[in-house]
Design a protein around this ligand. Structure first.
Ligand code: DOR
Ligand code: ZN
Length: 394
């Protein structure tokens, strides 16, 4: 059939699989089944589990668990909220049996799920040590002080803060820009191989574009949810649309697509962050946990754009500049993350995709333990061959 295209098994360089400690939201087995069904064969998993991955012991435990998962290759980031964690990371980096699964270090400039926000001294030490080791450093860039200030301001202005769209105002664009500026300044000082997670703003794109021109060793990723959703989606998603960094305006969204078009954006990583619907829908929407699932839906959403469509039910009007080719998809979801994180993922074209097939996304048919999706009912193009749609061995 001539409508079948092939791709290597994709890489999702940013996932939260919740194991250990939050297995009610997801496990390595359930979330890798979701990844597999989305054509993802290698993932980089984040350290905000319980216990957090900030010690050799916690890292070894994750490695042992990952050895039982066969269809998806799970690699891990090491976290740090204290100087001692960076020393543990240094040791782990020198241990060959751990290095096989150790991608690099992940730090948070502000708290998010798991409260792994680090202070300035720890952040600087992470840049220094990663540079020395030649290890990739990934950061969640939101400035704690700007977020705190914006939050106070909002709480002063509204009598009862229950509108979830306030979340976007409490974590403003300027906060991302400030954290990126600080990070780039540390990159300049130490020469760290630095990667910005889930870049979500026009200002952020501009800073990365300039930093690359300057020759700094910086790369970045954007998420499918920032590419396909905006603050207008709070209306249908309510607190299901709450994540960090938050949903932005259509203008910011446009800048992300522009960043893809001009090569400023290196990767698409999903920030797959399952939380149960129950957790997302009870109590004050502003207090529910942040995060959306995404690893299973990245490929069909992108294939729809490759086919010249726009999967959002709002029609193409909103982001007229969304455009990618199959080559872009391969670069963003395979070649670039493979190179940036030294993953050595196999390049064989194992995915077979019927590019003309159309289907509708329904949370209950997806594999994540959380059982929902922010793209409920969306019509997408591109289907993996049937035998590749779900995982056969755990
Ligand atoms: O929305 C988010 N969810 N952002 C993060 O930084 C963490 C993630 C999670 O683990 O739930
Ligand atoms: Zn994340």
């Amino acid at each position: 059939m001539n409508n079948i295209l092939t791709l290597p098994g994709l890489i999702d360089c940013h996932v939260h699989f919740r194991e250990p400690g939050m297995e009610h939201k997801g496990t390595m087995a359930t979330e890798s089944a979701a990844a597999y069904a989305g054509g993802v064969r290698t993932v980089c998993e984040m350290p905000n589990t319980n216990p957090p991955t900030v010690s050799i012991e916690a890292f070894q435990d994750k490695v042992r668990r990952a050895e039982k998962i066969h269809d998806v290759d799970i690699r891990f980031f090491f976290g740090a909220t204290e100087a001692g964690h960076i020393q543990e990371f240094r040791k782990a980096w020198s241990m060959p049996e751990l290095r096989k699964r150790l991608v690099g270090m992940k730090i948070f400039f502000d708290h998010s799920t798991g409260d792994q926000g680090a202070n300035t001294a720890v952040i600087e030490e992470a840049f220094k040590v990663c540079a020395e080791l030649g290890a990739p450093l990934v950061a969640h860039c939101e400035d704690a002080a700007i977020n705190a200030e914006a939050r106070e301001l909002m709480l002063d202005q509204v009598s009862e803060a229950t509108d979830v769209s306030l979340h976007s105002l409490m974590r403003p664009c300027a906060s991302e820009a400030r954290a990126i500026e600080q990070a780039l300044s540390l990159t300049r000082t130490y020469g760290t191989q630095f990667h910005i997670a889930h870049l979500s703003t026009a200002l952020g794109i501009e800073l990365v574009r300039d930093a690359k021109k300057e020759g700094l060793p910086v790369t970045c990723e954007v998420t499918p949810h920032h590419l396909f959703l905006t603050i207008d989606d709070y209306e249908t998603l309510s607190a299901r649309g709450k994540m960090n960094p938050p949903l932005r305006t259509a203008q910011e969204q446009k800048a992300l697509w522009q960043g893809i078009a001009d090569g400023t954006v290196d990767c698409i990583g999903t920030d797959h962050a399952p939380h149960l619907l129950q957790e997302k829908e009870s109590g004050n929407p502003l207090a529910v946990p942040s995060g959306v699932p995404g690893t299973e839906t990245m490929l069909p959403l992108l294939l729809t754009v490759v086919a010249g469509g726009w999967p959002h039910p709002n029609g193409k009007s909103q982001t007229g500049n969304a455009k990618i080719s199959m080559d872009d998809l391969r670069r963003l979801c395979f070649t670039n993350p493979n190179r940036i994180f030294n993953l050595n993922a196999p390049e064989e074209e194992v995915l077979q995709i019927d590019t003309t097939a159309e289907w509708e996304i329904h949370g209950e048919e997806l594999h994540s333990k959380c059982g929902w999706t922010p793209y409920e009912g969306w019509r997408v193009r591109g289907l993996l061959r049937e035998s590749q749609q779900c995982k056969h061995t755990a």
